[in-house]
Design a protein around this ligand. Sequence first.
Ligand code: TRP
Length: 331
Amino acid sequence: METVVSGIRSTGKLHLGNYYGAVRNFVQMQNEHNCFFFIADYHSLTTHPTPSDLHGNIKQVLVEYLAAGLDPEKSTLYIQSDVPEIAELYLYMNMNAYLGELERGASFKDKIRANPNNVNAGLLTYPVLMAADILIHHATKVPVGKDQEQHLEMTRTFGNRFNNLYQTDYFKEPFAFNYSKDLVKIPGLDGKGKMGKSEGEMNAVYLSDSPEIIRKKVMKAVTDGGPTQDNQEKPQEVQNLFDLMRVVSSTDTLSHFEELYNKAQIRYGDFKKALAEDMIIATQPIREKIEHISADTVLLRQVAKHGAAKARESAQKTIKEVREIIGFRNF
Ligand code: TRP
């Protein structure tokens, strides 16, 4: 059993791509590993959300992950800012992080290029906070994508530097966790790449979208003029819709439309209607849970409290040990 830590960005609703990718893996992982999942709300302060946006975003993320199947009894599910020990470890780790290496971080450079008027120190030290998130629970596995590899490498660097400075082997090295090799590919509706990759609201189907919105989005999905000969190869945008159908529909429905396509008799209107209805059915249980959980303040309060207590127990032990190693001692 490994100790797993993953931070969830506190902005952004879950779409089908998140669900069939990362989130379903999290749900599996919690049965096999010692998992800490948290909503990374300290990190979100780099972009200065308003107090009500901040709170609303945290709530939405918590609700949607619970609805998608994260179980507060199986994993430790918490809100980062409920665990002030993380901020304390962040302070200590900042002493071992150098300006040059932080400035060279690829995502720091991306962010300052995109927002030259908001180059704050929190953005610069984002990787140090992420290291604190991971090291506080001595995680060895971190389920993140390619874009976070460099941050993980920095986490190993900061941990090793601490170990060298104090001549200990206290912190373990965490590595990326490829939990499932064959990730389901969820394309977007705009005929291009993965769902959620491009910004447009119409490209992604969210778990919280109503049936009417799902129908509207799918009917507007990009297609070509249709096949003109038998067994014609599908253009990317049409293949994407078939890929989506493979995920949400029965094999009968899928092969029915494959056959029509191959006989050049497909009507995209009918095809999209079937796809939209099956998408609505596939997401129905989660959509209902989102509504229920969202209205259940007592449950949310209890989940947050329980998660914070479990996370703090682990974090307080680390902070106590780190303070001893550093040399803070009682008189
Ligand atoms: N940086 C991660 C992201 O953008 C979120 C994150 C914050 C995280 N702290 C973490 C991920 C710790 C894994 C472990 O997605």
